[in-house]
Ligand binder design. Structure first.
Ligand code: ADQ
Length: 747
């Protein structure tokens, strides 16, 4: 998956002055076949308005599906696609029909879309969906990699392509990659319903920047990371160790001038005049949506019915114009929605309509821009009440088109737009009674108040427009890609041949090995990390060599080490992070330093107990020299919060003592300051006097102390991809055991 011009150095940031590559599910053009003739149809959505100027400026590319997968080999069709690439810089990802169907109509629109909009009951299980989603993301990746040049910046759009950032990161390690989610990121309780939740999260984390429409979506994402893959994050960053992912809320806007320009057009003015003539004695309530269940059209119609029932004086004095553009018609639930809306419109018009008055004017098709702008301009109320929406641009377009009418924006609190449109009349669309009441009182507000609200809204819509949005996104992306450079002081991948040569040539060798996470994978329950027999055999072989001192330096208690490794007489065991040791060929354990009293535990224990009482699932472990509070099984955010609180409480309490409270992996540990692996490493190096070959391997923070004190010539090796002071790294415990095997074999 690499091309000659795609090679780039890992972690090296690239300038954002190169080309922009936008990648979205759909291109801003569509292949159409009418009566056997292929032609291209341009679609000018908000995204195209935002992307086109930047793409033009940077000589950029847009990669996406061309909207049709039939008759792929047709020469006329191929010619259109080839022309797009050359003349328009639009690169089509020609998905085969079955992939296109199962990916787009299947997984993306029948699993992710309903779930992310809080409609799990509308999810349709589709056995082929996930495989097609993976396949389609890979095809997008291949096309992107083929077209990528050093210096380019990649901007991936939306939920159809959540695996793409990680795929791209693997193929193009140095590329600046940003991802924007246009739809809501749901609460972790809802997100966790999707079986492939962990894969989706890992897919996103390939990006340098992940941006959402609102802070709520960002917070839901963070809590999903914590609860599903156990990753902690800050409000603006997820630190992956080897690099960081910047996270941000960057709400999308519209291009307001496009609307004000349209307002001057003859065609628009004609539509405005027609609307004024037709509805001179009525107030216009306007709703404009894609025909999608997330937009709450039936709920709105029911609320409207309630309004007419409860306020007879409004009958004949208002009209609801509902414009709904059909979408995703091949998906079953959309067909059902279409029928439901038809029925409701029929019922309301049948119940309240008169010869002179039709309560609901229903337009089920896309309307022209001038017609839409005229409606926005003439509406007295924009009734924008999605049940859930990432942002909702209709609310912003309405604000931009209102001039002398001082219309009312009735906005759902479940639209992303609600977070920045505080001056709108906000409602809960599920609450018909209150929505009716808010609408009635909004209709009564004075023109001055309406003008004031609209002015504030307009200012914000004009300022936070779509160009500001894309600039902010790209500036954040550039910063994030540059930050990657500060992560370049990473341990180098360990060269096995070089270290084995050095090992073989040495006469006195010191091997300091951490256990959990270094020689065996980290187990969820401490007692689950029993050493496999092959590992023990390996340790026996290494200790049998008289040139070696092999020490297991662990945070575990002496009882654990004794139970698992006590029978390997030649092994040096160091327990509790260096507090006590059993030297080779000895049976007794001795503290590595003169030990002060353990009386402090009596004072600290009640504090820990208090936290155990407050935190279901947490417990205390009493070691010989340390007291540990474990909270692995408690609710994650709550556990983290209490751990912080516990540490700050203990810091005050222990300030004048030789004790310290430290946080580890889901633990808080109190122990004397002198107990740390660095001191143990120094002591062993001194006692043994090895300067030929010193080797230390470990995976967590406590091992960093040992890496720190060993001389520059020592082979310090971090296991994992996190940041470390070690000079070298290997990926996982298996690789570490493989290395020890080569030591034992002497080659
Ligand atoms: P959508 O779900 O498509 O977008 P929205 O933001 O409301 O929702 O945009 C719809 C667009 O279509 C608007 O520009 C509107 O003018 C136009 N439109 C709708 N009905 C129309 C009709 N009948 N005729 C003509 N034009 C019509 C997704 C997310 C949103 C997010 C956007 C942008 O679901 O939450 O705001 O992306 O990020």
């Amino acid at each position: 998956m690499s091309t000659p011009d795609s090679e780039s150095e890992p972690n090296k940031p690239q300038s954002a002055t190169g080309r922009l590559i936008a990648i979205s599910n759909r291109l801003p053009v569509k292949l159409q076949n009418s009566a056997g003739v292929w032609r291209a149809e341009v679609s000018t959505g908000g995204l195209a308005t935002a992307m086109n100027p930047i793409l033009k400026r940077s000589d950029g590319l847009w990669i996406g599906w061309p909207g049709s997968s039939t008759d792929i080999g047709n020469p006329a069709r191929q010619k259109i696609i080839a022309d797009w690439a050359v003349n328009e810089r639009l690169i089509a990802v020609d998905l085969p029909p079955d992939v296109a169907r199962n990916f787009y109509e299947g997984y993306a629109n029948q699993i992710l879309w309903p779930l992310f909009h809080y409609f799990p009951s509308r999810m349709a299980s589709d056995p082929q969906g996930w495989a097609a989603y993976v396949a389609a993301n890979k095809m997008f990746c291949d096309v992107a990699v083929r077209n990528y040049r050093d210096g380019d910046t990649i901007w991936v759009h939306d939920y159809q392509l959540m695996l793409l950032p990680a795929l791209l990161r693997e193929a193009l390690p140095g590329a600046p990659i940003g991802f924007f989610l246009h739809i809501p990121f749901p609460s972790s309780e809802v997100f966790r319903i999707v079986p492939e939740r962990a894969e989706l999260l890992e897919g996103l984390l390939g990006a340098d920047l992940l941006a959402f429409q609102t802070y709520s979506h960002l917070q839901h994402f963070r809590s999903s990371l914590l609860r599903i893959v156990g990753r902690e994050s800050r409000i603006d960053q997820v630190d992956l160790g080897a690099r960081a992912v910047r996270i941000a809320a960057v709400p999308i806007g519209i291009a307001p001038e496009a609307f004000s320009d349209l307002l001057q057009k003859r065609e628009t003015l004609d539509h405005i005049a027609a609307l004024q003539r037709r509805h001179s004695d009525r107030r216009i309530l306007l709703a404009v949506d894609r025909l999608d269940y997330s937009k709450g059209i039936p709920d709105r119609l029911r609320t409207y019915r309630r309004l007419l029932e409860s306020a007879p004086e409004l009958r004949g004095k208002v009209v609801l114009i509902q414009v709904a553009v059909p979408s995703r018609e091949k998906v079953f639930t959309y067909e059902a929605l279409r029928r439901q809306v038809n029925e409701l419109v029929g019922e309301i018009n049948g119940q309240f309509g008169t010869e002179e008055w039709t309560p609901v004017l229903y337009i089920r098709r896309g309307i022209s821009r001038p017609q839409l702008v005229a409606l926005y301009n003439q509406a007295d109320v924009a009734w924008v009440t999605p049940l859930r929406d990432g942002m909702n641009l209709v609310s912003k377009e309405f604000v931009a088109c209102q001039k002398e009418k001082n219309g009312i924006l009735l906005l759902s609190e479940f639209a992303g737009a609600a977070e920045e449109m505080g001056e709108a009349f906000q409602v809960n669309p599920y609450d018909e009674g209150r929505t009716t009441a808010v609408l009635r009182s909004a209709l009564e507000t004075s023109p001055e108040e309406r003008a004031e609200r609209l002015r504030a809204l307009r200012e914000r819509v004009e300022r936070n427009n779509v160009f500001a949005w894309s600039e902010r996104f790209l500036a954040l992306l550039q910063q994030a890609a540059e930050t990657r450079a500060s992560y370049s002081d990473q341990p180098a991948p360990l060269d096995f041949d070089a270290i084995v040569r050095s090992y073989c040539g040495a006469n006195r060798r010191l091997l300091l090995l951490d256990y959990d996470g270094t020689l065996v994978p980290f187990a969820n329950r401490p007692e689950g990390a029993v050493p496999p027999p092959q590992l023990k055999t390996l340790l026996v072989r290494l200790t049998a060599d008289p040139r070696n001192l092999v020490a297991l330096v662990s945070g575990r208690s002496r009882a654990d080490l004794e139970q698992w490794f006590g029978d390997i007489a030649g092994l040096c065991l160091v327990a509790e992070h260096g507090a006590i040791a059993r030297y080779p060929a000895q049976t007794d354990w001795a503290p590595l330093r003169l030990v002060s009293s353990r009386d402090w535990m009596k004072r600290v224990r009640p504090v820990f107990e208090h936290f155990v009482n407050r935190t279901p699932g947490s417990f205390i472990e009493e070691k010989e020299y340390a007291l540990v509070w474990h909270y692995r099984l408690s609710a994650p955010e709550f556990g983290e919060w209490l751990a912080r609180e516990l540490v700050s409480m203990l810091e005050g309490m222990l300030a004048e003592t030789e004790l310290r409270a430290v946080r580890g992996r889901k633990i808080v540990e109190v122990k004397p300051l002198w107990i740390q692996k660095g001191a143990a490493a120094e002591r062993l190096a001194r006692d043994y006097g090895a300067d030929d070959f010193q080797f230390a391997a470990g995976d967590d923070r406590t091992d960093e102390d040992a890496f720190e004190v060993l001389p520059e010539s020592a082979w310090t090796v971090h296991v994992g991809s996190e940041r470390s002071r070690a000079r070298f790294s290997v990926s996982d415990p298996d690789r570490m055991v493989e290395l020890l095997g080569r030591f034992a074999d002497g080659r």
